[in-house]
Design a binder for this molecule. Structure first.
Ligand SMILES: NC(=O)c1ccc[n+]([C@@H]2O[C@H](COP(=O)([O-])OP(=O)(O)OC[C@H]3O[C@@H](n4cnc5c(N)ncnc54)[C@H](O)[C@@H]3O)[C@@H](O)[C@H]2O)c1
Length: 356
């Protein structure tokens, strides 16, 4: 059987608890090397998963001719730099979101992606979940009609990851909740809408909870390492409005912390034939339409597969390496999402709409 030699760079919460087990669930993958700035962390993960080679410098790792796939799980500001270097060394690359923190860096990455025959994909948590696949089919088959207005978001009551660590340091993260949670829901909405071209964005950002000390109450806020003496110079709330060339629009709401009733992660789609609403904690998709002059509501029976989104991404990437299917992701889609996010940051500073 063909085996691919994998190296994982950045061994924090997402790598150790999600990526590595997901890769090892595929018998075609051999975890050959790992790399972290912290040798102690690398030794601990090597012992846990029986990994033969450890590195503390990713450039040394990339010089290893043995490695076929690089998986990037470092803080955000390093993603594009490591991905570009790895593709240039003829490695296939799977990268955590966001692909880059600036447009300039994702455009450089695109150039490299287009010059190589290696695969590049970024994590897209929501695309491979059964409810997402169900909605995508409805949308692609025209069963929603023209999808013209979509709203999505992820708002937490208290759920700031790694306060004072890299997550809340703009230089290292590229931003706060919008670049952290925003990528997941903006990508879902944008993908379900058929990857339309964004033309304008407007938005506001707020940082009101930098000093807040209430205990986190979101099960998803455990990522990142806190630093009591660290920096908090990013937004904890972002609101945005995107127009697309098709005429469709997307409204966005994201908070790591806010005085609301409870955490919500949602998407609402308005189509001319039918609409859909999915609020994760409720675990149900609701479809809304009109039948014989009467408004109708449907709740399809979908298996929600808790936590499977990341694992399915990695399985999809392995299937693509083996030629079993085509990548569901392309770098232009990544560019549009980064454009929207950075456009909202610019608009929030300028107080006006940003045109692309
Ligand atoms: N898809 C998801 O659901 C999801 C969830 C959480 C985090 N993430 C993403 O995963 C990435 C990592 O997040 P995390 O929560 O694991 O962070 P983390 O802080 O727990 O881990 C980051 C690790 O990278 C290491 N590192 C830093 N610089 C490095 C370098 N130059 N070379 C090698 N290693 C280096 C750090 O020492 C640390 O061990 C982020 O980009 C984040 O956005 C995605």
């Amino acid at each position: 059987m063909q085996k691919f030699k994998l190296a994982v760079i950045g061994l924090g919460g997402i790598a150790e608890n999600f990526h590595i087990p997901a890769w090892l669930a595929n018998e075609e993958i051999e975890l050959t090397a790992i790399c972290d700035l912290s040798e102690e962390k690398a030794l601990q993960v090597a012992a846990k998963y029986n990994v033969p080679q450890i590195y503390t410098d990713y450039n040394e790792l990339l010089d290893s001719a043995e490695i076929d796939i690089i998986d990037i799980c470092t803080p955000n500001f390093l993603h594009a730099e490591i991905a570009t270097a790895a593709l240039k060394k003829d490695k296939h690359v799977f990268c955590e979101k966001p692909e880059a923190v600036t447009i300039e860096n994702i455009l450089k990455l695109k150039e490299t992606v287009e010059q190589t025959d290696r695969l590049f994909m970024a994590m897209r948590n929501n695309r491979f979940l059964n409810p997402s696949l169900f909605l995508k089919k409805l949308s692609d088959q025209g069963e929603l009609g023209e999808v013209y207005a979509v709203r999505c978001g992820w708002v937490r009551r208290r759920g700031i990851p790694g306060r004072g660590g890299w997550f809340t340091n703009k230089k290292l993260s590229g931003g706060g909740v919008l670049i952290d949670l925003g990528v997941h829901m903006i990508d879902l909405a944008y993908w379900l809408m058929g990857s339309p071209t964004p033309t304008t964005v407007t938005g506001s950002t707020y940082s009101k909870f930098a000093e807040n000390t209430a205990r986190p109450d979101s099960s998803n806020s455990k990522f990142g390492v806190k630093d009591a003496a660290g920096v908090f110079d990013v937004e904890d709330t972002a609101r945005g409005y995107v127009r697309f060339a098709s005429g469709a629009s997307l409204s966005l709401e994201f908070s790591w912390a806010a005085n609301i009733e409870k955490e919500r992660k949602f998407i609402e789609i308005m189509g001319t034939k039918a609409g859909a609403y999915w609020n994760y904690p409720d675990r149900e998709i609701k479809l809304f339409s009109e039948r014989n002059g009467i408004t109708a509501q449907e709740i399809p029976n979908i298996n929600f597969q808790d936590g499977a989104g990341r694992q399915e991404n990695i399985k999809h990437f392995v299937d693509c390496l083996l030629g079993r299917t085509q990548l569901s992701y392309n770098i232009d889609q990544g560019i549009d999402v980064i454009k929207i996010i950075n456009g909202i940051y610019q608009s929030a500073v300028k107080g006006t709409e940003v045109r692309f």
